[in-house]
Ligand binder design. Structure first.
Ligand code: GDP
Ligand code: MG
Length: 295
C-alpha cells in the first residue's frame, strides 16, 4: 500500500518553518532570515520513499496583518490548513507570539485535520525541563496527535516528526516523480536566493519592498555556465539608491553572495546580472503583484 498526503507547516513569523522544511528535505528550498515575513509564497517540499510521499507546504507566517498585501500572506497560510492531511503547528519554547498562537488554535479547532505541535528552537534552552508547563498547557487546550520538541537548526529530534507524519498519511498515489523535491521551477529559487541575500545585507524595511523577477535563465554550453539576469524591483527611488549603494558597492555584494548561493543550489557555474527598477508601490498594485508571482 502506497501512502501520500499534504502537510501544512504553520506558525507565527520567524518560528523556523522554512528552516524545518529545509531540514526535513535535507536540502535548502525555502529561504530563511533572522527577520519575520521572509517567506511569501506557499512552497512545496516533496519527500518520497519506497512506500510514502509527503508533500510539505511551507507557508508565510501567520500574524495580525495590517495591510492588504500582508492579509494576502495570512490567507495563503490559512488556506493551506484546509487542503492538508496533517498540520505541523510550530511554536517557540519561550511562549512568544501568544496572540498569534491563540488565533491559530482557534483555526485548527474548526478543522478535522490531525495536528502535531512542534516546539522549535529547543537548542536555546538551558534546561529542557522548562518545556513541561508549556507542553501541558497546549496539551490541555487541543488534542494534538503528538507534541514534539525539536531544533530545526541542528536537526535534534526532527526525525521524530517524520515518523509521526508518515503514520498520519492516508493511502494515496505518488503525485510527483520520486526525484522531484519541489513543484517550483529552478528560476523561482534563483529569485528567492537573491531575495534572501537582500534580507541578510540590507537593513530596515527595504527587503519587504523587494520583488525579484528572473528575466533570463539560459544555459550556455560553450562557456559551460548558466546565464541569469534578474531585476530587483523596489517601490521608491530612495530604496533603489540603498540597494545599489555607494558606488554600486551594495549591489555588487548582493550579486557576489547570491552567485555563490545559486552556484551551490544549481551545481553549475553561473553568470549573474542584476538590475534595479522602481515599480511604484507595487505591493498595492494587483497587476504588478501578479507579474511578480504573488496572488
Ligand atoms: P520562518 O519565518 O518561520 O520561516 O522562520 P525561518 O526558518 O526563516 O527562521 C527564522 C530564524 O530562526 C532564522 O534566523 C533561523 O536561523 C532561526 N531558527 C530556525 N530554527 C531554529 C532552531 O531550531 N534554533 C535556533 N536557535 N534558531 C532557529
Ligand atoms: Mg519562512
Amino acid at each position: 500500500m502506497f501512502k501520500s498526503g499534504y502537510v501544512a507547516i504553520i506558525g507565527a513569523p520567524n518560528v523556523g518553518k522554512s528552516t524545518l522544511l529545509n531540514r526535513l528535505l535535507g536540502q535548502k528550498i525555502s529561504i530563511t532570515a533572522p527577520k519575520p515575513q521572509t517567506t511569501r509564497n506557499r512552497i512545496l517540499g516533496i519527500l518520497t520513499s519506497s512506500d510514502c510521499q509527503i508533500i510539505f507546504m511551507d507557508t508565510p507566517g501567520i500574524h495580525k496583518a495590517q495591510d492588504e498585501f500582508n492579509r494576502g500572506l495570512v490567507e495563503t497560510a490559512l488556506s493551506a490548513l484546509g487542503e492538508a492531511d496533517a498540520v505541523l503547528f510550530m511554536i517557540e519554547p519561550d511562549g512568544a507570539h501568544g496572540a498569534t498562537n491563540e488565533f491559530i488554535l482557534r483555526n485548527i479547532l474548526r478543522i478535522r485535520t490531525p495536528v502535531i505541535l512542534v516546539i522549535n528552537k529547543v537548542d536555546t534552552l538551558g534546561n529542557k525541563g522548562d518545556l513541561l508547563p508549556l507542553m501541558q498547557d497546549y496539551g490541555n487546550r487541543f488534542d494534538f496527535k503528538a507534541i514534539i520538541p525539536v531544533s530545526a537548526l541542528n536537526g535534534e529530534q526532527t526525525a521524530d516528526i517524520l515518523a509521526e507524519v508518515v503514520g498520519l498519511m492516508p493511502e494515496g498515489p505518488q503525485y510527483y516523480p520520486e526525484d522531484n523535491i519541489t513543484d517550483q521551477p529552478e528560476r523561482f529559487f534563483v529569485g528567492e536566493l537573491i531575495r534572501e541575500r537582500i534580507f541578510h545585507l540590507v537593513h530596515q524595511e527595504i527587503p519587504y519592498a523587494v520583488a525579484v523577477v528572473i528575466d533570463q535563465f539560459s544555459e550556455n554550453p560553450e562557456k559551460n555556465l548558466i546565464e541569469i539576469s534578474a531585476t530587483i524591483n523596489v517601490e521608491r527611488e530612495s530604496q533603489k539608491a540603498i540597494i545599489i549603494g555607494k558606488g554600486g558597492q551594495m549591489l555588487k555584494e548582493i550579486g557576489k553572495q547570491a552567485r555563490a548561493e545559486i552556484e551551490t543550489f544549481l551545481g553549475w557555474h553561473i553568470y549573474l546580472g542584476l538590475f534595479v527598477r522602481v515599480q511604484k508601490n507595487w505591493r498595492k498594485d494587483p497587476r504588478a503583484m501578479l507579474e511578480f508571482g504573488y496572488r
